[in-house]
Design a protein around this ligand. Structure first.
Ligand SMILES: [Zn+2]
Length: 187
């Protein structure tokens, strides 16, 4: 049967599971404010000044600062945190495309909208600067359970699991409702 119209697909409550997981992780990640000297040093390593900040991956206008080492991978915290040594200016395209990949694999890899895929100019130099940036400081890497104690950490995990369980339960009910109303309205 030919299809001419690209309709929205059916959505699910559980389609929000990964953003819920991200929320439970980023909500506990500490944010360490850099000093002005650290900011200038960071920009210098990237070949930038406060008035010439660009995406460190592709050179487009920057819209955010991206965690060079992701704070979430495989639905778990990596332990890396929000600190200048783990942040580079980025554009939305790169941030979205990179996801939880290791930056060096992604930047030269075939991912949709990766700098390699977009044939970004001066990629080798960008990679060199990012390698230097990575070597700048030893990144903090936190074991949350060890830092706050098992009791507190397990309470957080319990809430996190309860929300995910409720999403699944809610999806079963939503599906039942959608099937009833779809049956009444399908021609
Ligand atoms: Zn970019």
């Amino acid at each position: 049967v030919p299809k001419y119209c690209l309709l929205p697909t059916a959505k699910t409550v559980t389609g929000r599971s990964s953003s819920i997981t991200n929320a439970f992780i980023v909500a506990v990640v500490p944010v360490i404010e850099p000093t002005e000297a650290e900011e200038l040093e960071a920009l210098g390593i990237l070949g930038m000044t406060p008035t010439s900040i660009r995406c460190a991956y592709c050179g487009d206008a920057h819209t955010e600062w991206d965690h060079l080492r992701p704070v979430v991978r495989g639905k778990e915290p990596t332990g890396y945190i929000t600190e200048i040594a783990n942040l580079v200016p980025a554009c939305g395209k790169c941030n979205q495309s990179k996801g939880a990949s290791y930056w060096k694999d992604w930047i030269q890899g075939p991912a949709k909208l990766s700098p390699k895929t977009r044939a970004v100019a001066g990629l080798e130099e960008r990679i060199e600067r990012l390698v230097a940036y990575e070597a700048w400081k030893v990144p903090k890497c936190i074991d949350f359970a060890a830092e706050v104690g098992d009791e507190l950490w397990q309470r957080h995990r319990k809430n996190w699991n309860a929300v995910l369980d409720l999403l699944r339960e809610s999806q079963d009910l939503a599906k039942e409702i959608r099937q009833i109303v779809t049956a009444k309205h399908a021609s």
